[in-house]
Structures are given as C-alpha cells and as structure tokens.
Design a protein around this ligand. Sequence first.
Ligand code: FEO
Length: 392
Amino acid sequence: MSIRIIKENIYAVGVIDWDRRLFDELIPLPDGTTYNAYLIKGSDKVALLDTVDPPFGQELLENLQELKVDRIDYIISHHGEQDHSGAIPRLLAGYPMAKVVVNQKNKELLKNHLLVADGKFLVVADRETLSLGDKTLEFIFAPWVHWPETIFSYLKEDNILFTCDFLGSHLATSDLYAKEGPKVYAAAKRYYAEVMMPFRPLVTKHLEIVKQLNPGIVATSHGPIYDKPKYILEAYADWVGEAVGNKVVIPYVSMHGSTKVMVDYFVEKLMAQGVKVKPFNLTAMDLGDLAMELVDAATVVLGTPTVLAGPHPSAVYAAYLLNALRPKTKFVSLIGSFGWGGKTVEQIAGMLTALKVEILAPVMVKGLPKEEDFRRLDRLVDDILKKHQGVL
Ligand code: FEO
C-alpha cells in the first residue's frame, strides 16, 4: 500500500517494485523501480492516470479500494508499454464503466497487445482537453519519448504535468518527491542514457514544451516525482546538449591478455594527458553504467581480439549497443590483437551506421603488442588529443 496525497483530490496510487533487477530482459535495475499511477477526483469525473506492471494489478486495485474509489470514468493511458498499461484489463474488470483514453496509435497497441475491446476506448487528439468538472486535463502528444504513441497530460488547474517515462528514473524509494543529490541524479541519468538517449532530437523538442508549460510538479511514471522540476530539466538540458567531455570510454574484452595489455597502456597514456578515461571489461559490464558514460564521451575506443575471423561476440554486443543508443560521441576507434587475420575492423565499422562519428585509425596488433605497436597506440592518443581540442 503506497498511497500518497499530492494535492487535494490528487493521489499517487502506484506501486514500488523494490526487488526488480532487470527490465525488458535487458536493462539492469540496481535500485528497483516504481510504476507510478495517479488518481484525480474531479467534481464530476474520476480519472486514473496509467496503471502498473501486470503482477501489481491487485495492489493497485487495493490502493483504489483504500481510497474508496467506487467509480472510475477514465483510465488515461499515456504509453502502451506494459509496465504502465499492463493492468488496464484488470482495472476494466474492476471498473467496467471506465473508458480508456488514448491516442489512435496507442489504441492500436492496446488492442493488439492487451486485447482491449474496441468499444472501450475514447480517442483524443493532440491538445484536446477532457473536463473532470473542476479539473481539466490537456493531452499533449509527445512521440518518441520513447514510443511513437507517448502522450503527456497537463492538469491545468493544479499545474501538474504527467510525463510518463519522460524525465523518469528506475529508483525504488519511499520518497514521493525527488531529493536532489547524487542518488537521484545518477538514477535519472542512467534512465536517460538507457531509454531516452536514442531519441535525443525529440527529447530536446519535448524538453522545450515542458519548459514552456512551466509546471509546478512533474509527475513521472517511474521513480520519485519533481516538485522542483528545474533540477531535472537542467540535467536533461546538459545531457542532450551538443557539448561533449574530454573523455574516452573503452569497452573491451581480452581472451588471452594481449588486448588487455594494449588497453592498460592506452588508458595510462590518455590519463597522463589529462583525459578522463573509463574502461569497461565487457565480461562483467553493467549496461546502464556503460550507457551513462556514453552520455557525454567525446570518444569511444572499442578493444577486441579477433576470434573466428571477426570481433569477439562481447565486442559485437557493445558495438550494437553503441549504435542503438546513439550517443553524441564524435570519434570512434578500435584496438586489439589478432592471431592470423580477419575482418574485425570492417565488421565493427559496418555496425555503426546510426552514428555520426569520425573513425580514427584503428590499432590492430598481431599477438602481443611490440615496440612499434605501442608507438601506434601513442599516435592514436595524439590523434584523440588533437580531435578533442577541436570539439571541446
Ligand atoms: Fe516505463 Fe516505456 O515504459
């Protein structure tokens, strides 16, 4: 039971998932998460904004019973992903008169993924309003933060913006409101990096819309909500802005130690030049940690041996993620060891088609690096320093 009052007749009724450790079978959740849902009691109508992940549907119903909610007129679905929409069928069973308020795109998603019947929907347009009597919701379409159907709701009279995933964080906490500090900042940055960074131009656009609305509260669908939205809006402005840091991220894997010798030497030389360096051993990597470091890294250098004539599968995974997450990274290179040849450079380069990066001359070495190979690594360090001077 985790009901909290935000303002009179506005309640947080979602649930805290303290124990979840993986999202989408992909994203690590070191701090669990929350599925935030909100109940708004207007003078005429009652609206529930989003639901929760399906296993928590009963807990959401119990929260509503605790508030003695005997009628829901509208279930506003901001986003079709099931951590927010998945309990809609259960809610409709409990409150059969409710209409599911969606845009057309979300209607298609919910019909197909949750088998919600066609007659259950109320389809709204961008900037359309819905009166609850003394309270009014305005729907603002926000495509691609992070699915095409995503919308925000703006509760006009109370100046609260419900942004669903946008500006959220996977952080299980008993705090309703975000307490500014490293924990909240890191969780929000991790979430941005994993979920929102691939859509950076759209994030920038929607950030502007939020700023113009100037809400007093930003109520997200994950993590603590913001009663001082300036904090998260400024953090986002920094993350999506064009500026990169004097930083090299080095995701690497080494089978027999030769690539590791190169990585260690390379890290030391970059550090000696005052460059911030973050190596990631890909055999024990937290995807979220890597994503966070990519947010503002000027350069990524992938370290991989050649195996079966191509890059190590762990390096392929890292390259795939790099390409999918689309950070604002400006330069990419590759270092590593091979036994007798292969197409490692070509295969990795061919995977980075979504990035607008300059590829710096890779350093691929036969066996253990020798004197001339260390000089090649020195030249790559010099190259990176020059390139950074041009963009910092
Ligand atoms: Fe929290 Fe995109 O779902």
